[in-house]
Ligand binder design. Sequence first.
Ligand code: 1PR
Length: 551
Amino acid sequence: SDPSEGLYLLDYGAGNVRSVFNAVESLGFSIKIISSPADFDLAKKIIFPGVGSFGHAIRQMQSKNLLNPLLKYIASGKPLMGICVGMQVLFEGSEESEEPGLGVFKGFVKKFTNDTKSVPNIGWNSCVLSQNSSERACSTDIFDIKQQELYYFVHSYAVFYDDSDFCKKPSYTVTRYGDQTFVSSICIDNIFATQFHPEKSGKDGLKLLQNFITKFQNKGAVSGSEYISSENISSSHTLRVIACMDIRANDNGELVVTKGDQYDVREASDGNKVRNLGNPVELAKRYFVEGADEIAFLNITSFRDVPLNDTPMLKILQQASKFVFVPMTIGGGIRSIKMDSTGESWTATQVADAYFKAGADKISIGSDAVYSAEEYYRNSRICNGNSSIEEISKIYGTQAVVVSIDPKRTYVNSLSDSPHHTIETKRPGPNGEKYCWFQCTVKGGRENRDIDVVELAVAVEALGAGELLLNSINNDGGNSGYDLELLSLVKKSVRIPVIASSGAGKPSHFLDASVHSNVDAVLAAGIFHRKEVEIQQVKDFLAQNKIRVRN
Ligand code: 1PR
């Protein structure tokens, strides 16, 4: 019989359910959506994806009357697969919100500490079996999770392994991130649940979805198991290698991948045409196959228009998400918008929502983040809840909100010549200036603002950004390496992860960013588009130099 008969996806209205849908379809199965209580009666297997915040997930389920039917379904013993927040809400509650969880498992979800590591935890890591094989429930065997496999995590909260016996009890695998160990999956009775995202974990993740659909049955728990000590678990957290595509309409109106030098994307000759480096969907496919850990799409001219009217960009995402099973970040034009001409308006959340529904896992905010940071300082550093960062992170969680920064070096002769965070630089200015600060810009570097990169980073972290994509207008497209002074300055100012961007020209540049500036991820565009350096070459070089990467 068809193993996907009666397979349902619980869509309570937040986050990227499309990824799970596409991942299941890529395996050759079909899956239907549960959007009303009556659908539960037809379900034989349910996948319960979760992206977003704990409280928002619970409130959405309540408002759609899905909570009690879900509890009834779980009690019936039919299989359920929970993903990320879809695992967390099975516990009693979370530090993230006041709403109680479903209480299927005992234990609380708590926030990672960030004194020695970046939080959110974003990246690939291994899952270690928490019991000896003789004591594991037989149903766990079908998932066959191996320690060399890596899965994609993106979360600020977790159920910690060494908290109490209650928390240890439901763990199938555990994962070490920095100085903390948490439950990374559960397999007990009729529930298989993962803190990581199988639908975004490449072939290893697809294997788990396949096994859930074709093999998983309620086999009952095994009690009295012996768990391994959390001290024996080591981290396999890797440095992420990200391929980035700057996308805009060419002179014929088609969306193409382009690439600038210092943000200028037009050819110096050849009629000043927009440089065309290929079709975004084809390139995204290529990067997935070549081992990119994430793919970023930046719609670089959407400040001129409303991205929701930019349906080709949404279509690109929808198409790419059919082939790409690693995380996708989308940026460009995310802000609240009011059209003077038509009187139509959209909130930033509605814009982000359209991107998430089209297949984005994270959204990236550029210009609007600068305006929000300026407002934050005008407001005496009070978060008033009005910024796009706050609005979106409240619903989708901080881990879904990236801020993309476009700074420019501004040179001065002495530290006292500028009120901004100024450094002594090894790369003097055009008139021999020995000091510089990094000025933030908006509208793709076209307009300078009186705010520096440290002020911006600190403000957006306070407002709820979960990650920084740190570009450099000076180094963009230069192939001579990242601006390490800039990276180190920002990395030291925040606790959220920092992605190094702009200027990578050879594999050693990626190593420099990791070793000298301690960044959490490395991104490149031009050298990957032009095939001057392959993603695998970068990873091999990093691995030879003792930096953990995903292969
Ligand atoms: O302001 O919210 O609408 O977002 C616009 C987004 O578009 C921002 O993330 C901004 O960085 C980006 N953007 C705007 N104009 C340009 C441009 O190039 N003219 N691209 C642009 C930014 C920088 C990186 C690039 C790296 C690596 N490009 O994305 O990929 O520098 O390049 P390299 O490895 O070839 O050196 P909003």
